[in-house]
Design a protein around this ligand. Structure first.
Ligand code: HEM
Length: 367
């Protein structure tokens, strides 16, 4: 929601923990959170993979962005946020945010009253964490909250508690559902085509180190192709033309609003022959320009979580596939379906756990 220099400054501040070596420091944490979420799966279980992906991505955000360590506050915040994030993706529940007439606090049993109560509880936990961390500031920590606590504006002012809270919530909302949705699609495509899965399992059998996993070419191509066929954000943020501009055969005057459509860019048959086909090898055969492939948008407002979420996607996928095999347990055709700000596989997409790749004792000792 910010503009100009302030927006650029905030981006520069938030980027480092989500890139390069800082990001890589979270590799082991991502794998261990994943193992803890999947450890009780049994052959025969039928799963909605999005639920597991949501649990995993929320815990990762709490660790990487909020810098929370497991404990009572972590558990309470996790539970409250999980319930809130699940509720706000229901169109019925979220309609109250758009229609003020529905915003009536008729006690904790009414939808708006329940929302206010939950928001109050979440805010109290976040402000308590900000307070503690401000008091015992450890500049050596590498999470986003630590960096924000130390950041000063050009007048030398630090961020207020309210500003910190808002930044954390923005990153949570943008970083949680998106990565979980992207993971759901990847699982869908992998189990649609035995050859894609075989190649992936062949690659994954050779390594369990996060850094080596992140470099695997087929795994990388599978994640990128998955984000191409159904980019979970169909459009990027709207842009307002500031100076007259010509794009292709079209001219636009100042004030015009342009909305880049990621989905149509990814479905151009000139760039991607048979665009509706899932073919990860496209990404091994050639490189695509930022105008051809843009699942994370582009330019000065591109997604700041792009590198991190691709890294997270690869490690979560690899960890799950290294522990279990699955079969599709889908009823009918899978279609994209809106969920919050993203598009996910429709509710009839299920995976059945076929087998464990390592025995339970090994899995437990890994955790
Ligand atoms: C697969 C996962 C994700 C996808 C597909 C995705 C996609 C996008 C897209 C399309 C935009 C708009 C870019 C534009 O208008 O040019 C965006 C913006 C943004 N994303 Fe993501 N995102 C993902 C994960 C994340 C994560 C993990 C975080 C943070 C932890 C994050 C934080 C943001 C922020 C802060 C912006 C606004 C940037 C700005 O306005 O300067 N995203 N994302």
């Amino acid at each position: 929601m910010q503009e100009g220099a302030k927006h650029q400054r905030q981006r520069q501040l938030l980027m480092p923990p989500l890139h390069g070596d800082r990001m890589k420091a979270y590799g082991e944490t991502i794998c261990s959170i994943t193992r803890s979420v999947i450890r009780n799966w049994q052959p025969g279980d039928v799963l909605t993979i999005r639920h597991a992906a949501s649990e995993i991505s929320l815990q990762i955000i709490l660790r990487v962005v909020f810098g929370l360590n497991p404990g009572e506050r972590y558990n309470r915040l996790y539970k409250e946020l999980m319930e809130l994030l699940e509720a706000i993706t229901s169109p019925l529940y979220s309609s109250q945010f758009f229609f003020p007439v529905l915003q009536k606090d008729l006690g904790a049993r009414s939808p708006w009253g329940a929302f206010l109560k939950r928001r109050q509880e979440i805010d109290a936990l976040i402000y308590a964490e900000i307070g503690d961390r401000r008091q015992h500031l450890d500049p050596g920590r590498e999470d986003v909250l630590t960096l924000l606590l130390q950041a000063q504006d050009e007048a030398g002012e630090f961020m207020s508690d309210e500003e910190l809270h808002d930044q954390l919530m923005t990153l949570l909302l943008l970083g949680h559902e998106t990565t979980a949705s992207a993971l759901s699609w990847a699982f869908y495509w992998i189990h649609q085509d035995a050859e894609v899965e075989d190649k992936l399992r062949f690659e994954l059998a050779r390594t369990s180190k996060p850094e080596a996993i992140a470099q695997l070419p087929w795994l990388t191509a599978v994640c990128k192709e998955s984000l191409r066929v159904y980019p979970i954000a169909l459009i990027a943020q709207p842009r307002v033309v500031c100076e007259s501009v010509t794009i292709g055969d079209y001219s636009f005057d100042p004030g015009a609003v342009l909305i880049p459509c990621i989905y149509t860019a990814h479905r151009q048959s000139k760039t991607y022959p048979e665009p509706q086909q899932f073919r990860p090898e496209r990404f091994l055969e050639r490189r695509f320009s930022p105008y051809e492939y843009l699942p994370f948008g582009g330019g000065a407002r591109s997604c700041i979580g792009a590198a991190f979420s691709l890294y997270e996607m690869k490690l979560v996928l690899a960890t799950i596939l290294q522990h279990y095999t699955f079969t599709l347990a889908t009823k009918g055709k899978i279609k994209p379906q809106r969920r919050g700000v993203t598009f996910v596989p429709s509710d009839n997409f299920f995976l059945r756990v076929k087998d464990q790749v390592v025995n339970r004792r090994d899995a437990d000792s890994l955790f």
